[in-house]
Ligand binder design. Structure first.
Ligand code: 6PG
Length: 250
């Protein structure tokens, strides 16, 4: 059964602080329990404040970097050094500033003509490095777009119906950058020990309400697919993103 929690904080700064605190606590717990911490990063702009905090004292010094493995929950079909690549954002905000052994960083390379093959290659990496069947991440970070997408699971995408794969290629995204993507499937996300969805801003208020309190319509609102079966699901929202929720009892 999913254990869903919703935390609402004042603003994007407080959101970044709360998420950073949570990630560090989960990392230390995972290392104590299992000896390593497999973390999948999210793209988009909301996690940038988290990455910056993790990159600097005091949080940087509290993270078990030597036991941390970094992956991405989705990536755009662009060169990894593109200013629109999720990898590059995380590298500049976080990875360039922390003592993480380079061989523990696993970019989701979405280049080349055959994205299906690229997805299969990443699946093989995950199966080798993340224990479990399907592989069980210690923590997967996600965001949500104004259309209710999460990772690169866009409304009505064929990726929503991938029930056996772990990573799939998608058609061109309907939102910028309008390129194809590679994305974790809901099967892989829902196997995680912890999933953290970070959402900020008034433009997300209606989709947050629909996803969390509206009728189940996962093809219109793919974020509704996120439901870790034996894990914890945290939605962390700023006040603007939570402004249309009715009273929370969670
Ligand atoms: C991507 C993302 C995507 C993102 C949301 C929210 O590659 O675009 O992984 O799912 O998390 O679109 O993005 P913002 O944080 O920028 O609103």
């Amino acid at each position: 059964m999913t254990h869903r929690h919703i935390l609402v904080v004042d603003d994007p700064e407080a959101l970044a602080e709360a998420a950073t605190r949570y990630i560090v606590a989960r990392a230390r717990q995972a290392v104590a329990a299992r000896g390593s911490f497999a973390l999948a990063l999210a793209g988009g702009s909301t996690p940038r404040g988290v990455y910056r905090r993790l990159a600097h004292a005091p949080w940087r010094d509290a993270m078990p970097w030597a036991q941390t493995l970094i992956f991405w929950s989705d990536e755009r079909a662009l060169p990894l050094d593109s200013t629109d690549s999720n990898y590059r954002m995380a590298r500049e905000a976080l990875l360039d500033h922390v003592p993480l052994p380079p061989e523990q960083i696993h970019p989701l390379a979405a280049q080349g003509d055959d994205l299906d093959q690229a997805a299969a290659r990443y699946e093989a990496v995950l199966r080798r490095l993340v224990p479990g069947e399907p592989p069980r991440f210690d923590l997967i970070l996600l965001g949500m777009g104004p259309d209710g997408h999460t990772a690169s699971l866009f409304p009505h995408s064929p990726a929503l119906d991938a029930t056996t794969r772990l990573v799939v290629a998608t058609p061109e995204a309907p939102l910028p950058p309008q390129v194809r993507r590679l994305t974790f499937t809901s099967r892989l996300i829902n196997a995680a020990v912890e999933v953290l969805v970070l959402v900020a801003g008034a433009d997300k208020a209606a989709p947050v309400r629909e996803v969390l309190q509206g009728p189940r319509r996962p093809h219109e609102l793919p974020a509704q697919l996120i439901d870790p079966q034996a894990g914890d699901l945290w939605w962390m929202l700023d006040r603007a993103a939570a402004s249309q929720l009715s009273t929370l009892h969670e």
